[in-house]
Design a protein around this ligand. Structure first.
Ligand SMILES: Cc1ncc(COP(=O)(O)O)c(C=O)c1O
Length: 413
């Protein structure tokens, strides 16, 4: 067989498949997209040592699906998570309430898989993780966006939405929130508001789906307890990830949920276990090193955020507005109203600068039209400075703003 073979698969494809993926053509020169991390901060030496130690000790257990730990994931990793979640998020749980997944994207798929059906309604944050929004669209589920302020989801809006749905005889299947370093806005929901959210969820009989993907990356390392920890009713499904604290290519995430739903997720997790090597290396590395690794990582990320904010101020001046995030890897930026970031995106990409246009990260396409999300973790400091300068050039050429940059006034070309 050669690559010129011409068998036509098209007539065999079932209706309703998503559109084909684009071929990978390499990473952009200035990459401000995605949830990629800082290459220099991957603890490579520590992971190599952990890999050697765990393989020497337990390598033969790879002969069994699920190692010797069963289908919920490598037991020492779940034990590490029990201790970590207690220490950092106040969650009290047992290893058998945790399911290790192939990234927290699989966790989202499993939660959706057991709870959602076409035509359902869920509440989400108006600005929200694209991966979650896309999944809901594909499932034919209505995602009702709740506006945010500097403390996350607005509770007056949650209360109004729940009351309004109830009047229509509808009960949303869940309230999805990223309360601890929100993606893309970088806010942290304070404890009192978490209490209010739990009260409303309890009153209307709606579970909360808590996505704590970025919770390890907080500049001052102070966070309120997780919604899961504060819930007295057991109505919170909590997910997390090692993608942002260690490395996204490892593909390891997890779910903490009551057995009643976790057991249903286990039955639809049909991959016979998530990759075992990654789980073994993570457990071996994280148990002794996680608490020293994370502060070093966040120091480096914070320095990159400073470089990004300085570069935006220098190149865009008052044309770029943003609130400083409390942690994480993203800055959510507002450009002047006439800028359409869906159009800025291809123009910037042609110059090697990749950005995430706002409308892909929001349920409100007009509010987000002139907004964009910039990831500052993966570009170097130099790339951040150069990339922002190029982006300002492109934005000026396409939209006439910023009129002035790096103290030089430019005429519109
Ligand atoms: C809020 C949120 N949840 C989940 C994910 C999925 O991450 P992963 O599958 O790498 O754990 C991401 C990725 O960026 C995210 O931003």
């Amino acid at each position: 067989m050669t690559s010129a073979a011409t068998f036509d698969f098209a007539p065999l494809l079932p209706a309703g498949l998503p559109p084909p993926a684009a071929r990978y053509t390499g990473l952009p020169r200035y990459n401000f997209t995605g949830g990629n991390n800082d290459a220099e901060q991957v603890p490579v030496a520590g992971l190599i040592a952990a890999m050697t130690a765990v393989m020497q000790r337990e390598g033969p257990t790879l002969a069994t699906y699920g190692l010797a730990s069963g289908p919920q994931g490598y037991l020492p990793l779940r034990e590490f998570l029990v201790a970590k979640l207690k220490r950092d998020a106040g969650i009290v749980c047992q290893p058998d309430e945790i399911l290790v997944t192939s990234g927290s994207l699989q966790a989202i798929d499993l939660v959706n898989g057991v709870l959602l059906t076409r035509g359902d309604t869920v509440l989400v944050e108006q600005e929200c993780y694209q991966g979650s929004l896309n999944r809901l669209t594909r499932l034919g589920v209505k995602a009702l966006g709740i506006p945010l302020d500097g403390d996350g989801m607005r509770m007056d809006a949650v209360a109004a939405a729940l009351a309004d749905l109830k009047r229509q005889g509808l009960r949303p299947k869940y309230i999805y929130t990223i309360p601890t370093v929100q993606n893309p806005t970088g806010t942290i929901m304070p404890e009192a508001r978490r209490g209010e959210l739990l009260r409303l969820a309890g009153e209307y009989g709606v579970p909360i789906f808590e996505d704590d993907c970025y919770a390890d990356l907080i500049w001052d390392h102070r966070r309120p307890p997780a919604l899961h920890a504060m819930s007295r009713e057991g109505n919170v499904i909590h997910i997390g990830s090692f993608s942002k604290s260690i490395a996204p290519a490892l593909r390891v995430g997890y779910i903490v949920a009551p057995w009643q739903v976790l057991s249903r997720m286990l039955s639809i997790k049909t991959d016979a276990g998530s990759g075992a090597l990654e789980q073994m290396v993570l457990a071996e590395y994280c148990a002794p090193h996680f608490t020293e690794h994370v502060p070093a990582l966040t120091r480096g990320l914070r320095a990159k955020l400073d470089t990004l904010m300085e570069s935006l101020n220098e190149q865009f001046g008052t044309s770029a507005e943003f609130d400083e995030p409390k942690g994480g890897i993203f800055l959510w930026v507002k450009l002047p109203d006439n800028v359409d970031t869906l159009k800025l995106y291809p123009a910037a990409a042609a110059e090697g600068v990749a950005i995430n246009p706002g409308p892909e990260w929001s349920t409100d396409k007009s509010y987000s039209k002139s907004r964009m999300r910039l990831c500052f973790a993966s570009p170097t400091h130099e790339e951040i400075r150069e990339g922002v300068a190029r982006l300002a050039e492109v934005c000026r050429r396409e939209f006439g703003v910023p009129a002035r940059s790096a103290n030089v006034t430019r005429a519109r070309a």
